[in-house]
Ligand binder design. Structure first.
Ligand code: ADP
Ligand code: GLC
Length: 492
C-alpha cells in the first residue's frame, strides 16, 4: 500500500517528544513489511537546506483568500545508527515556507510556547500535503495524520480534496497526546479554505472557538492512539480532556496500538554510545555503565547504592508536581530518607527547572542536568537501576520501554502505555518487571520508590531475575506495524 505520514516532527529532522520517534520508526517498520511509505513535514529553520535535494518548481498552495508559494525539498530517512544493513528507502518531503517555518521552535519558543499563527502555519501545511502529491504524481491509499498539527488533513480530504488521485484515499488520525488539541479563535478558520457551513458538522466547534484535533477526530476514517489502555481511558471524563464524548461516539472506529521501540538504537547489546555493552545473560557491563553514570553526575561511585534515573519533559503530564513541587513533592524525602542516588535529565517548565537546581544544591544524592541530551539519556538508561515515571497520564511512553530493554526496572504509575508495558513486582513469586502504583500522590510515589529500594537491598536475586526478564521483552515495531497494516487494509 501507499502510505503518506503527515507530521510536524520526525527524527532525525525535528523532535520535541516521542511523536518524532514514533513516526519515523513506524514508517521504517511498515516499509520493511513491503509498503511504500513516505513522510511529509515542514522544513523548519534548523533543517539544513544544503543537505536536502530541491524539487524543481514552486508549490502553489491555496489558503485564505489567495495562494501561498513554497518550495519542496526531499531527503530520505537514514537507516537507524548501528543498523547492520541498509534499510528500506523512505522518502521525506519538506515543505519550505520562510514566513511560517523559518524560525526557531516547532510549535513555539520558551517565551511564546504556542505561536499565535499556528492555525495558519498548520492550515497551510495541511493544504500543501495535497498539492505535494499532485506535484509528484503520487497518490497515497492512506493519509496518516498525527496529533493536532496535521488533524486538518483528514478534514480537508473529506471536505473538498477527495478529487482526482485522492478519490480512493482513506485517512487515519493517531492521537499521541490528547492534552494538546490546537484550539484557536474562529477568526483563523477562513484561512483553511474550508466552507463555513461545515464548521459544526466537521466538529470544529468548541465553545465558540475552533478545535483542530476535534475536527480531525470527527472526520478521519479511522482513529488510533498509542496504547490499548489509553484508548479506553480517553473515553472517560477523567482522561478525555473534554473529547471523551467524541471518542465514545467513534469507539467502533477507534483502537489503541502500542508503540514499539527502535531496537537498533535502544539496545544494550550494541549501543555505541554507552561505555560497556551487555545482554540478559551477563549484566557485568551494566555495572561499568553505572559507575560511569555516577562519575558523570559527580556522585560517589558506589556499586551498592541504587540509582534512580529520570529522563523527561518537565511538565504536569509527567507527575513532576507531586515529585518536585516545593514543600510537598516527594523527591526531597526520598533522597533524605533513603540510601539512594537520583539522576534527572529534563527540561520544560521554568518553576520545575529551578526547583530541580535548588534540590540538587541541597541534596548530596540528587543530581539534575537541565537540557536535552541524547548521549546522557542512553547513559542513564544503561547505568541506572530503576527508572521513575510517575505520569499523570501517558498515551504510550517510550522511556519505560527503553528502560526495560536496558534492564533498568521502571517505577511507574499504572496508567496508559505504562500499564500495558510494565508488570508489577510480585514479592511471593518474584514475577514482574517493575513497580507500580495507582494514585498520583507524593505519598504513593514515596512508598513505591521505597518498595523498590527495599527489594534492591533485600531481594537482590529477584531483582536480578527481573532485569533479565525485562530485557527479554519484545517491543519491536514490526509487531505494531502489522496492526497498522491490518487497519489500513481493512479500509481499502
Ligand atoms: P513524551 O513524548 O510525552 O515526552 P515519551 O516517553 O513518549 O514521552 O518520549 C520522550 C522521548 O524524548 C524519549 O525518546 C526520551 O528519551 C526523549 N527525551 C525527553 N526528554 C529528554 C532529554 N532531556 N534529553 C534527551 N532525551 C529526552
Ligand atoms: C506523546 C505521548 C507519549 C507517547 C508519544 C509517542 O508524546 O506523551 O506517551 O509515547 O507521544 O506516541
Amino acid at each position: 500500500m501507499k502510505i503518506l505520514m503527515t507530521t510536524s516532527e520526525a527524527v532525525p529532522f525535528a523532535k520535541t517528544g516521542g511523536l518524532a520517534d514514533a513516526v519515523s520508526a513506524l514508517s521504517l517498520a511498515l516499509a520493511s513489511l513491503g509498503h511504500d511509505v513516505r513522510i511529509v513535514m515542514p522544513r523548519y529553520y534548523g533543517i539544513d537546506r544544503e543537505k536536502l535535494e530541491a524539487l524543481e518548481g514552486p508549490l502553489g498552495v491555496h489558503v485564505g483568500g489567495g495562494e501561498e508559494w513554497s518550495s519542496v525539498y526531499r531527503s530520505r530517512l537514514p537507516p537507524p545508527h548501528g543498523a547492520d544493513e541498509q534499510g528500506p528507502e523512505i522518502p521525506v518531503y519538506f515543505i519550505d515556507h520562510e514566513i511560517f517555518f523559518g524560525r526557531d521552535g516547532v510549535y513555539g519558543t520558551p517565551s511564546e510556547p504556542d505561536f499565535s499563527d499556528n492555525p495558519r502555519r498548520f492550515s497551510f501545511f495541511s493544504r500543501a500535503v495535497f498539492q505535494l502529491c499532485r506535484k509528484i504524481g503520487w497518490y497515497p491509499d492512506i493519509l496518516h495524520a498525527h496529533d493536532w498539527p496535521t488533524a486538518l488533513v483528514p478534514v480537508m480530504l473529506r471536505f473538498g480534496e477527495k478529487t482526482d488521485g485522492f478519490a480512493n484515499t482513506k485517512s487515519v488520525l493517531t492521537i499521541h497526546n490528547l492534552g494538546y488539541q490546537g484550539v484557536y479563535s474562529k477568526e483563523s478558520f477562513p484561512y483553511t479554505r474550508l466552507p463555513w457551513d461545515i464548521f459544526k458538522v466537521a466538529g470544529f466547534e468548541d465553545w465558540d472557538r475552533m478545535n483542530l484535533l476535534k475536527a480531525g477526530l470527527v472526520c478521519a476514517d479511522r482513529l488510533t492512539t498509542v496504547s490499548p489502555t489509553y484508548a479506553e481511558e480517553t473515553k472517560t471524563a477523567a482522561y478525555g480532556f473534554r473529547l471523551d464524548g467524541v471518542l465514545r461516539a467513534r469507539s467502533a472506529d477507534y483502537a489503541g496500538i502500542l508503540n514499539g521501540i527502535d531496537a537498533d538504537v535502544w539496545n544494550p547489546r550494541k549501543d555505541p554510545t554507552i561505555p560497556s555493552r551487555y545482554d540478559p545473560d551477563d549484566l557485568s557491563g551494566k555495572a561499568v555503565d553505572k559507575a560511569a553514570l555516577q562519575k558523570e553526575f559527580g556522585l560517589p561511585v558506589d556499586p551498592d547504592i541504587p540509582v534512580i534515573g529520570m529522563i523527561t519533559r518537565l511538565t504536569d503530564q509527567k507527575g513532576v508536581g507531586e515529585l518536585f513541587g516545593a514543600s510537598y513533592g516527594s523527591a526531597w524525602s526520598i533522597c533524605a530518607d533513603m540510601r539512594v542516588q537520583m539522576v534527572i535529565l529534563g527540561s520544560g517548565e521554568k518553576w520545575c527547572e529551578n526547583e530541580l537546581r535548588s534540590l540538587a544544591s541541597r541534596l548530596p544524592n540528587l543530581r539534575a542536568t537541565i537540557g536535552y541530551n541524547e548521549r546522557l539519556s542512553h547513559l542513564i538508561e544503561a547505568g541506572a537501576d530503576f527508572f521513575l515515571m510517575p505520569s499523570r497520564y501517558e498515551p504510550c511512553g517510550l522511556n519505560q520501554m527503553y528502560s526495560l530493554a536496558y534492564g533498568t526496572l521502571p517505577i511507574v504509575r499504572c496508567t496508559g502505555g505504562l500499564a500495558d508495558t510494565v508488570e508489577n513486582f510480585d514479592q511471593e513469586t518474584g514475577d514482574g518487571t517493575g513497580f507500580m502504583f495507582d494514585d498520583l500522590t507524593p505519598r504513593a510515589i514515596y512508598d513505591t520508590v521505597g518498595w523498590a529500594v527495599w527489594a534492591y537491598y533485600n531481594k537482590s536475586e529477584l531483582i536480578g531475575r527481573m532485569r533479565s526478564r525485562a530485557m527479554r521483552k519484545d517491543f519491536s515495531w514490526v509487531r505494531s506495524a502489522r496492526k497498522y497494516a491490518d487497519l489500513y487494509e481493512s479500509l481499502s
